[in-house]
Design a protein around this ligand. Structure first.
Ligand code: ADP
Length: 256
């Protein structure tokens, strides 16, 4: 469980996150929404300790994040960052196996268990035939799925995903969210996910955090947060709301 108490983050003397508080419970999926520059990526970076906070507190399983080693954090929290430099000439299997480093494995020294984790993650991400393909010879969407597979292979209970569906086709967007949902149900894994797709957020989020200018503008269940007023306030667009006929969840339609 991650507990975030009144955190602020600054770049130099410019505060870009202010007074952000929320809790990521076991099995919970939180979707972060907000306009470009609202502070979403900054928040993800703060949550795994790669960016220092200037005020407040982040606790991982009731221990201050600052008191936990990088390796221990990585065992618990896996990040899929937005700008992945992943065009190396390494194979897909090698890349995904690198997610097992935190458990002691290394290239050439991985255990059968590590390989099983990696192969399962590849299968889950619809990459079963890709193990010996080279990372630098994949499409953007395929690479993105490999990066997700590496995060899954770590076995971390908390996933932080920064626009994980940006390059994915419709089927793989749904696959990504379904995977996260299944892991939450099967082993209590939780996730913080950034997306710009309000309807995917409505379908998959337990809770939505709406960020505006570095502050939480609204927080709660999708039906509470995705109101025409909030969306106009944060994105400056008019929308119509009704309910998705398949799921009954709130559905957002842009008015052009
Ligand atoms: P989002 O992910 O919501 O688009 P970011 O968290 O990337 O927003 O950025 C929040 C604000 O912080 C923006 O104004 C951005 O310009 C600024 N920012 C992001 N990264 C840096 C950085 N490394 N140095 C200085 N300012 C930054």
């Amino acid at each position: 469980m991650l507990t975030i108490k009144e955190i602020s983050v600054s770049y130099g003397n410019r505060a870009v996150l202010r007074d952000v508080s929320f809790e990521l419970g076991d099995g919970q999926i939180i979707v972060l929404l907000g306009a470009n520059g609202a502070g979403k990526t900054t928040l993800i970076k703060a949550l795994n300790g790669t960016l220092p906070i200037s005020a407040g507190e982040i606790n991982l399983n009731e221990q201050p994040l600052t008191s936990i080693s990088r390796r221990e954090i990585a065992k618990n929290i896996a990040v899929v960052a937005q700008e992945n430099e992943t065009r190396f000439p390494v194979t897909v299997l090698e890349f995904v196996l690198s997610g097992r480093f935190v458990h002691g494995g290394a290239f050439g020294w991985e255990t059968d268990g590590d390989i099983r984790f990696a192969e399962n993650a590849l299968k889950d991400c619809d990459l079963a035939g890709y193990a010996s393909r080279l990372m630098n010879e994949l499409s953007g969407g395929e690479r993105q799925r490999v990066v997700l597979a590496r995060a899954l292979a770590t076995g971390a209970k908390i996933l932080l995903l920064d626009e994980p569906t940006a390059n994915l086709d419709l089927a793989h967007q749904a696959m990504m969210f379904r995977l996260v949902r299944e892991r939450s149900r099967s082993c209590g894994a939780s996730a913080v996910v950034i997306t710009h797709d309000l309807n995917l957020a409505a379908e998959f989020a337990d809770e939505i955090l709406l960020l505006k200018d570095g502050r939480i503008a609204a927080k709660g269940a999708p039906s509470e947060v995705l109101t025409a007023e909030n969306i106009d306030d944060v994105f400056g667009v008019k929308v119509l709301l009704d309910s998705n006929p398949a799921s009954g969840n709130v559905r957002v339609t842009n008015v052009f």
